[in-house]
Design a protein around this ligand. Structure first.
Ligand SMILES: C[S@@+](CC[C@H](N)C(=O)[O-])C[C@H]1O[C@@H](n2cnc3c(N)ncnc32)[C@H](O)[C@@H]1O
Length: 270
């Protein structure tokens, strides 16, 4: 495993190992207008909009690339009645995902698989009807290679929906970049970068919408909820970890409200 992959796994594992604790559940239920089990910047309203873009049928097989603890994945399967496969490089995320899938009675319809950042995906060509990937792009070392690989496993005519929360649109200091890279190695790209990479991989871009508003709402909600439960959070995780996360959430609200960073959703077709 590469050192960059280790860094991403380490930062996310710290969160995922506590994901189902009663304290974190309490914080989440205050922070999210609708807690769907996401560990990203997606709000349920946007996910419902993406489902409309997709128009999935119940015989479709969906891949969630970087599914984390499977919040958006279980939501998509429950709403659209599809079967799905979730992959992630983080075993702690997948343990939490398995728990969620089983609690929701979706084990027959959702498969989960550990993947490596270096390897090609362990799937046949053309085997999925749709691919979703929510706030994963910033961690990929070689986006062009990942897009080609996702194009390979997608059936002709299938859709690829992803969000990217690291589009640079203004001046960022070294401190902004350090704070924004809270979850391990991160790649910041200019507007237009994803479009070119998609076309090079063989995709046609059908839609692109700015969805920074969900990120701002989630950061503000999490910051406020964490302040409310500060005493318990500090007792559980220590004051430095508490302050570190609060600084991160506060700086993100500033960066995305000022539009120095943007978050976009993209819909592309094979
Ligand atoms: C911000 S979280 C999003 C999780 C989930 N999509 C959600 O919306 O709740 C990003 C996830 O991407 C995963 N990830 C990072 N690099 C990856 C890679 N190369 N392949 C698969 N998953 C990856 C991380 O382990 C993490 O679970």
């Amino acid at each position: 495993m590469s050192s960059r992959e280790k860094s991403i796994r380490r930062e996310y594992s710290a969160v995922y190992s506590q994901f189902d604790s009663s304290l974190i559940q309490k914080v989440r239920s205050e922070a999210f207008e609708e807690d769907i089990g996401q560990h990203s910047w997606i709000v349920a309203k946007d996910l419902r909009e993406y489902l409309d873009w997709f128009a999935l049928s119940t015989t479709d097989h969906v891949l969630d690339f970087g599914c984390g603890p499977a919040g958006p994945l279980t939501y998509v399967v429950s709403q659209a009645g599809v079967k799905a496969t979730g992959v992630d490089i983080n075993a702690t995320a997948l343990a939490s995902a398995r728990n969620r899938v089983s609690m929701m009675g979706l084990s027959e319809r959702i498969a989960l698989q550990d993947v490596s950042e270096e390897a090609t995906l362990p799937f046949e060509d053309n085997c999925f009807n749709a691919v979703i990937s929510i706030d994963v792009m910033m961690h990929l070392p070689d986006r062009a290679r990942s897009f080609s690989e996702l194009w390979r496993v997608l059936a002709p005519g299938g859709c690829f929906l992803f969000t990217d929360a690291c589009i640079v649109n203004g001046s960022l200091s070294d401190e902004d970049i350090r704070i924004r890279s809270h979850y391990g190695i991160s790649h910041f790209v200019p507007d237009g970068f994803n479009e070119s990479a998609l076309v090079s991989a063989g995709f046609e871009l059908e839609k692109k919408e700015q969805h920074s508003d969900g990120l701002i709402a989630i950061c503000s909600g999490r910051w406020k909820a964490r302040e409310k439960y500060k005493k318990e959070l500090v007792a559980e995780f220590g004051a430095p970890a508490f302050e570190h996360e609060q600084t991160y959430l506060k700086r993100l609200v500033e960066l995305y409200s000022d539009e120095r960073l943007l978050r976009y959703a993209y819909l592309a077709r094979k």
